[in-house]
Design a protein around this ligand. Structure first.
Ligand SMILES: C[S@@+](CC[C@H](N)C(=O)[O-])C[C@H]1O[C@@H](n2cnc3c(N)ncnc32)[C@H](O)[C@@H]1O
Length: 231
């Protein structure tokens, strides 16, 4: 059954039928739709993280796609020149929680209940793709990134801020131990993905990435990758 995007924030664009399955169709339950969105806000709506979002999104430009839009925590950090974005997230519980932020942002958001592994957009449709704390959760992350690469225009940029595998062996050991619990309670989130390796698996012309531990955060969960990959 076709899925239609929700237009919020003064969009007014034509609706397009998007043939895909939502996560609700795949049986994600009450926890994912109602509890996990609140936990996400609790964990990710922090001033320290907001500063990294602002730094990253300062480069957002042109036709923008945000994958794993979540509860809309990036919206206040887009530069004023950004008036419109396309966003996807398979969890409609997240999208419900995002509505207030969308209204306040003054950015027209075309929000579609989609997964990044299967994007119904043309090759090269976007100049900029934003992914924050999302690649940890994409089930088939290689396929998700391949789709991101496909829909990026030549010269377009993937802006990413992700957590993942730490460089220290002792931390990695704990990340691997905790991973099954994290996947369960983090709605599919993995602690042990080396983001630079995943991004470098695609033929981007350049990848610039800073890696660091976020202060005041358990090291298993707070090793961040902040970067730009240019197609
Ligand atoms: C930890 S939340 C981060 C939300 C938001 N990006 C942020 O920075 O606050 C991860 C998000 O990725 C979404 N997600 C999970 N699998 C996905 C997929 N295959 N494609 C796109 N988004 C996905 C989840 O529904 C969730 O909203």
């Amino acid at each position: 059954m076709p899925v239609r995007p929700v237009h919020e924030g003064g969009g007014g664009r034509a609706e397009v039928a998007l043939p895909t399955r939502t996560r609700q169709d795949t049986g994600v339950g009450f926890y994912s739709r109602h509890i996990f969105p609140a936990l996400c806000d609790y964990a990710l709506d922090r001033p320290l993280i907001a500063e990294h979002r602002r730094q990253l999104l300062a480069r957002a430009h042109g036709r923008i796609l945000e994958i794993g839009f979540g509860t809309g925590l990036n919206l206040p950090h887009y530069p004023p020149s950004v008036r419109q974005i396309t966003a996807i997230d398979p969890n409609q519980g997240m999208s419900r929680r995002a509505r207030r932020r969308i209204r306040q942002a003054g950015i027209a958001v075309e929000l579609c209940p989609l997964s990044s592994e299967q994007l119904p957009f043309a090759d090269g449709a976007f100049d900029c793709i934003v992914s924050t704390f999302t690649l940890c959760s994409v089930r088939d992350v290689s396929r998700g990134l391949a789709e991101v690469y496909r829909v990026l225009a030549p010269g377009g940029q993937l802006l990413f801020l992700e957590h993942g595998l730490a460089p220290d062996a002792a931390i990695q050991k704990w990340q691997r131990r905790l991973n099954p619990l994290q996947v369960l309670f983090g709605d599919g989130c993995h602690l042990d993905r080396r983001i630079t390796t995943l991004v470098a698996g695609l033929p981007f012309s350049s990848v610039d990435c800073a890696e660091f531990y976020l202060p005041h955060t358990p090291k298993t969960h707070g090793y961040l990758y902040q970067g730009v990959a240019t197609r």
